[in-house]
Design a protein around this ligand. Structure first.
Ligand SMILES: CCCCCCCCCCCCCCCCCCCCCCCCCC(=O)SCCNC(=O)CCNC(=O)[C@H](O)C(C)(C)COP(=O)(O)OP(=O)(O)OC[C@H]1O[C@@H](n2cnc3c(N)ncnc32)[C@H](O)[C@@H]1OP(=O)(O)O
Ligand SMILES: NC(=O)C1=CN([C@@H]2O[C@H](COP(=O)(O)OP(=O)(O)OC[C@H]3O[C@@H](n4cnc5c(N)ncnc54)[C@H](OP(=O)(O)O)[C@@H]3O)[C@@H](O)[C@H]2O)C=CC1
Length: 515
């Protein structure tokens, strides 16, 4: 019998960010392994014209929840969406809902965050710091609370090279930052942002670090754990391999590569690609929830959910496997054939951006214009290049994360729990995982049917022929121009022609002699 699954049975669980990538995988696993749990409260905001119920309905009707609906047919009765916006004071939760939450909740999983790298500091602080503080204040009024699990990121201290499972201080106290956001205007915030984030690359990593300090300060009297995943990728095994539903992390770049938009990227091939599957993160999170509530460690434990020190994979291996899979099972309607390379200097990056990214985009847009359609590729390419520039920091460096607490937790699990809540990345076969990831991107993100693969292959062959024809035409045009304008080119041309004719006549003569 699984101790972890039994622990969550009969519990009332509060999840923030349940509509996000990790939140959905977390909810799915909870229902699948502990179908007898009492209720899951989820804080949801109405979005894109959908009511809360419509959002929940959409999640439950997705492929991710197919198994759950078999195991727990009344799953819809066990999800209670609560209207809440983490940008608002007290989250805008109604009095009745708040009372119910405070009196019933046993476990809190705080997943909600803004994960955008370029978010304005005010918004990033509101969501990743102030909302965390407010949630902790709510949690402190929950008499039945057994554990509070906070999702952070392994990159919250990415300004360091070696990162331990401890909370590092920031130069300015989070409380001062929260207060200053109330009265500073946007222009001043813009001005001080680079100074505040210091040697971190963006407001996301900075505010996640502040969020951790808030958790440590405000949660001193609670059973708290912090999970720090690295780059979260598609699921490895559960509920099925390759599930992913947003463009964050590598997923967007896998699409850009498979569709032939991304042909070169500035990366350090041997740097560690510290990916971690979403189901691994969720298993560790649930195990940490159980351990925190049952064993009540004296201090707040931080768990690094990373792969680099236990089972390293580098960007070269990952890139090559992405390309190999895209060749084997191509994406539909590719712009160009998938073929990409890593650049290592600024000069080569600019060169390939001009030649392999911007030039084809301009040519295609001209073609679209000439055929009476609206040009769109250059706009797409500019957004892709902007996105890449934001991700570059993470693909040109390696970090070392210590994993003592994570390994300790693994050793505390029963053999049954180690199997059911597996977060041992040493068992992960990277080539298989990346192949499934690419296939998952094709199926679940691009919604492409495998039946379309022969047509996609045919399309790639057409693109290859167009590519050859284009290169030959380009060569002939350049050569013609050179001959017309440059004596040296004419001399070279005369030399090549006379050499070839001599060689041919020698070949003819020698074959006549043999006869
Ligand atoms: C010798 C052979 C060699 C072989 C070589 C082979 C080489 C080739 C192989 C290559 C494959 C393998 C390489 C893998 C590298 C992975 C690096 C991952 C590092 C991640 C580190 C994460 C560390 C921290 C982890 C964490 O802890 S947190 C989670 C991570 N958080 C994020 O990943 C948010 C990022 N995003 C944003 O920060 C915003 O997205 C923003 C970007 C500002 C745009 O923002 P904006 O332009 O305003 O608008 P959007 O609406 O957002 O997007 C606008 C448009 O960009 C699209 N798009 C949004 N995203 C992405 C994305 N990723 N990738 C691509 N496109 C994206 C969106 O589809 C929309 O396209 P459209 O609809 O226009 O067509
Ligand atoms: N994905 C990754 O690579 C990594 C993620 N993490 C951490 O894991 C956690 C979950 O990330 P992930 O699932 O990928 O992120 P997503 O962007 O997929 O999900 C974010 C969630 O937060 C919710 N949210 C955002 N703003 C608000 C708001 N104002 N009010 C209510 N809810 C809000 C979103 O709701 P809505 O659907 O309404 O937008 C969504 O449910 C985050 O804390 C992140 O920092 C850590 C490392 C890596």
């Amino acid at each position: 019998m699984s101790m972890i699954a039994a622990f969550y049975g009969g519990k009332s669980i509060l999840i923030t960010g349940a509509t996000g990538f990790l939140g959905k995988v977390l909810m799915e696993k909870l229902f699948r392994t502990s179908p007898d749990l009492k209720i899951i409260y989820i804080l949801v905001r109405p979005k894109a014209g959908q009511t809360l119920q419509q959002r929940v309905f959409q999640i439950l009707n997705s492929k991710l929840f197919e198994k759950v609906k078999e195991i727990c047919p009344n799953v819809h009765e066990k999800i209670r969406p609560i209207s809440a916006d983490l940008n608002q004071h007290d989250f805008g939760i109604s009095k009745e809902d708040l009372e119910e939450l405070l009196s019933s909740t046993n476990i809190v999983f705080h997943c909600a965050a803004t994960v955008r790298f370029d978010d304005h500091l005010r918004h990033a602080v509101q969501l990743n710091v102030t909302a965390t503080q407010q949630l902790l204040s709510m949690a402190s009024q929950m008499p039945k609370l057994e554990a509070f699990i906070h999702l952070s990121t392994a990159f919250s201290n990415c300004n360091l090279k070696h990162i331990d499972e401890v909370i590092y201080p920031c130069s300015v106290e989070p409380k001062k930052i929260i207060d200053s956001m109330e009265w500073l205007d946007d222009a001043i915030i813009d001005e001080i942002t680079p100074k505040l984030i210091g040697d971190r690359p963006n407001t996301y990593t900075y505010t996640k670090a502040l969020g951790e300090i808030v958790v440590q300060q405000e949660g001193a009297n609670m059973n708290i754990a912090i999970i720090r995943p690295s780059i979260v990728g598609a699921t490895w095994q559960e509920p099925f391999p390759g599930w992913v539903d947003n463009l964050n992390g590598p997923s967007g770049l896998i699409i850009a590569t498979g569709k032939g938009f991304l042909r070169a990227i500035k990366a350090t091939p041997m740097a560690i690609a510290d990916l971690i599957p979403a189901d691994t993160v969720v298993n560790l999170t649930l195990a940490a929830g159980w351990y925190t509530a049952v064993h009540r460690p004296k201090s707040t434990l931080i768990y690094h959910c990373t792969s680099g020190n236990l089972n390293p994979c580098n960007w070269l291996k990952m890139g090559l496997q992405v390309l190999a899979t895209c060749e084997k099972v191509p994406f539909e309607k590719a712009f160009r054939r998938p073929k990409a390379d890593f650049t290592t200097t600024r000069f080569t990056t600019h060169y390939w951006n001009a030649v392999s990214h911007r030039a084809p985009a301009i040519i295609y847009d001209i073609y679209l214009r000439l055929t009476g359609r609206k040009p769109r590729v250059m706009k797409l390419m500019n957004r892709l290049l902007r996105t890449i520039s934001m991700l570059e920091y993470f693909i040109n460096r390696s970090w070392e994360w210590s994993t003592h607490n994570t390994e300790m937790l693994m050793s505390m699990l029963s053999p049954e729990d180690q199997r059911m809540f597996n977060f041992d990345v040493r068992q992960l076969n990277w080539l298989e995982y990346i192949e499934n990831y690419v296939l998952g991107v094709k199926k679940y993100l691009l919604k492409e049917d495998m039946a379309g693969v022969p047509e996609a292959r045919q399309h790639l062959r057409r693109l290859r022929n167009i590519h050859y024809l284009f290169n030959i035409a380009l060569f002939l045009i350049i050569w013609r121009l050179l001959i017309a304008r440059w004596q040296m080119a004419r001399n070279v041309w005369v030399f090549i022609v006379s050499f070839c004719s001599k060689f041919l006549s020698y070949f003819r003569a020698s074959s006549t002699l043999k006869l």
